[in-house]
Design a protein around this ligand. Sequence first.
Ligand SMILES: *Cc1c(COP(=O)(O)O)cnc(C)c1O
Length: 518
Amino acid sequence: MATTEQTFGGTPRKVTAHLTQNEKLSFEISSPGKKAYRLPPLDVPEVDPSTLLGEAARESTGTLPELSEIEIIRHFTRLSTWNYAIDLGMYPLGSCTMKYNPRVNEFVSRLEGIAEAHPYQPESLSQGSLQIVKLLQDCLIEITGMDTITLQPAAGAHGEFTGILLARAYHQSKGNTRKNIIIPDSAHGTNPATAAVCGYQVINLKSNAQGGIDVAALEQMVNEDTAALMLTNPSTIGVFENQIHKIADILHAKGALLYMDGANMNALCGKTRPGDFGVDVMHLNLHKTFSTPHGGGGPGSGPVACKKILEPFLPIPVVEEGSDGQLHWNYNRPQSVGRVRAFYGNFGMFVRALAYTLANGPDGLRQTTEDAVLNANYIRKKLEDVYDLPYNTPSMHEVVFSDRRQVKNGIKTGDIAKRLIDYGFHPYTTAFPLIVPGALMIEPTESESREELDLFVDAMRQIAREADENPQLILNAPHSTRVSRLDETTAARKPILRWKAHPASTPLTPDDTPAKEW
Ligand SMILES: *Cc1c(COP(=O)(O)O)cnc(C)c1O
C-alpha cells in the first residue's frame, strides 16, 4: 500500500489512502453459478432436509451472493482496509483502553487442545480447560484483592448487571428491599442503565470541584434505602478517588454496598487493590485491562469479583476442586442468582487474558500501569498549553481536555476528532464524560512508544493551529476517507441491517439506495 505524500494545510499526513474507494456489495458483484468452494462427491445417501428438520426445513435459501474464492477474498480484504485498528496505529479512545492485543495470546488460544475443546466434553477430559478458568480466577482475585469471582459475564455492562444482581440478592437475603442506587454524574452511561434494569431508582450524585465524590453530599444521601453506590475509580476524568476509604465506611455504616466499575483498572493493576480499599463487588473488562480484543475482534468478557458476603449468590456453575483432586462445575448452589450466560463465559478470552497476565507477571503488570499513566501525563503536558484542561487534578491513565478554546472559532470536540482521522489516528472519545462540556478524552495506554505519542501530539497541535487559521479545513474534515461526515443520529437510530435484492428489472444505480425500502 503506497503512502500518500499529499498534504493538507501544509503538513504531511501519516495516513495511507484506502485501496479502493468504491467497493460494491457482495450481492452487487455476484454472478449466478459461481462458487467459492469445491466439495468432494457425496459418498453417503442423500437425505431430504425435512426428514431431519421437519417444518424448520427451508425450500429456498433466498438470494445469496455467488462469487469465486478469489473474489470473496479480495472483497473482504479490501473492506478490511477501510477499518482503523490498533494494529495500524494509536487508538486513543478514552475509557476504552484500546491496547495492543499481544500475538502470544493468539498463539496460545489457537493451540488445538484449547481451541477445539467443547463445552459438552466431560469434566474428566476438560481438566486443562478448568485449570485455565481456575488459574485466571486466582490471578484476578489476587490483582483485585477480592475473595471470589465469576468469569461468566460477557462484557463490562453485563458484569455490572451481574454485580448488582449479587447486591440485590444479598439485601433480599437479609429481608430488606432497598430501593436506590447512588451514581455520580461522571459515571459511564451503563451504570444508571444497569441500576434501572435491576429495578432500582437511580440517585444522581454531583461531582465536586476536583471531579471526585462530594463526600459530605454522599453522607447526607446514604440511608437504609440505599442498596449501593456505583463508583468508577479512577473516575472517568482519570482521577483517583482519594477519599475511597471514607466513602466505603459511609456506605457500610448504613448497610449499603460499594460497587466499583473496574473498567479503569489499567490505572491500578499492580499498584493498589480495590478489595483493600473497601470495595464489595466490581467488574473487570478483560477486553480493556487484560489485552483481549476490543471492538470488532471481540467478544468481550466482564468478570465480577466480590467479597465473601456475596459468594453464595454467584452465578452457577462455579468451579471447585473436589476431594478427588479434580476440578468440577458445581451447580448445586441454592442461593445463586442463576446463570447469566450460556456455558461458562467467553472461554477464548480467558485463555488470552491468562496468557497476558502470566507473560507480564506481577512486575510486568505494575510496569504496564506505570507506563499507561506516564503516557497519559506525557500527552497532558504536551497539549495543555493549546487545549483547555478543565480539571487539573493529577491524571492517571487518561486525560480529559475540553474544546473551550476552539469553540470560539466554531470548532467543537467532534470536529477536532474528525480532523484527527486525516492525520492517521483513530479519534479520541468525544463529549464524554458529561461533566466536561465539549470533552476530548484521551487514553493512549502503555502500548504506545514515545515516537507514536509525538506523532499524535504533533497532529493535535497542528489541529489547534488550524482551528485559529483555517477553521473551515476542520469543519469539512475528514478529507482522507471514503465518506466524510455521516448523519450519526440516523445511523444510530435507523440502522440498515439487511440488504434486499431489487427486482432484476430495476438495476441498482448509485443514487438508488436500498435503504429506502426499509
Ligand atoms: C467500557 C466501560 C464500561 C462498559 O463496558 P463494556 O464492556 O463496553 O460493556 C463501563 N464503564 C466504564 C467506565 C467503561 O469505560
